[in-house]
Ligand binder design. Structure first.
Ligand SMILES: [Zn+2]
Ligand SMILES: [Zn+2]
Length: 250
């Protein structure tokens, strides 16, 4: 056993010698003592880059995008606000987050998503608005896209947040029934039309009177989150808030 462990250790250090880990964000060499620390994505990002990621100070209103301070769970300026009461993003989309999310979403670098999810969960734990929630739900992928990619990145985030804040994960209740177009080049109005009617909640859901945290990777106009929140509320939920890794142009 000892021999085997020594062998595995040797193999790892040989691999590091042949393919030394470089930070995805700044290209600098990641030293071996840094890679012993599992509080951030080992071997992928250096400690300095990880700690320099921009972090938003507060949750914000999904309509007017103004920050909501500690005791507000709704925007006072938008009384007829949307189905989504507020949104909390870890940071603002920038080239660093873009690289990290790309590797997480398309390159199977799960440790990036898990560590970002944990970071987000730690922030939620400290914020007043996140108290008293019943469920955490990931924004679902259409089954055909899930088959292509093999996993739903929002589910990985939701699972990690669920563990960190100790709120149960509710899966397979919110379902994406329509395969929507890629939204990258759509206008805000087109995005709304694109997702309209794309989601359903299973008829036997137990959402009556519940408070739900909805999780996605990126918020742009918020069309997807708002449409999900709309059907979740139609199914009886009392409140829905959004939580995403990043927000584009808040
Ligand atoms: Zn770096
Ligand atoms: Zn507002």
């Amino acid at each position: 056993m000892e021999f085997l462990n020594a062998f595995i250790g040797l193999k790892d250090s040989l691999l590091d010698f042949v393919f030394p880990p470089y930070c995805l964000l700044c290209n600098s060499f990641i030293s071996s003592d840094e890679t012993q620390d599992d509080t951030y994505p080992q071997n992928l990002v250096c400690r300095n880059c990880w700690e320099s990621l921009n972090i938003l100070p507060h949750p914000f209103c999904p309509l007017c995008r103004s920050f909501l301070d500690q005791n507000l769970s709704r925007c006072p300026k938008c009384p007829q606000s949307s189905s989504l009461s507020l949104n909390r993003s870890l940071g603002v989309f920038d080239p660093y987050y873009q690289t990290l999310i790309h590797h997480f979403k398309y390159n199977r670098k799960f440790s990036i998503g898990k560590n970002l999810g944990r970071k987000l969960g730690e922030i939620l734990k400290k914020e007043e608005f996140s108290k008293g929630f019943d469920y955490i739900m990931p924004v679902p992928l259409h089954y055909s896209r899930k088959r292509e990619r093999g996993y739903n990145q929002s589910r990985i985030l939701a699972e990690e947040i669920s563990k960190t804040v100790s709120v149960p994960l509710m899966e397979k209740v919110l379902i994406r029934k329509k395969k929507t177009k890629d939204q990258t080049h759509l206008s805000p109005e087109e995005r709304e039309r694109n997702v309209r009617g794309a989601f359903v909640v299973r008829a036997d859901s137990t959402l009556q009177g519940k408070k739900v945290i909805l999780v996605d990777d990126v918020m742009t106009t918020g069309a997807t989150l708002k449409e999900c929140a709309r059907v979740i509320k139609e199914a009886g939920a009392r409140e829905v808030v959004g939580v995403t890794l990043v927000v584009v142009n808040p």
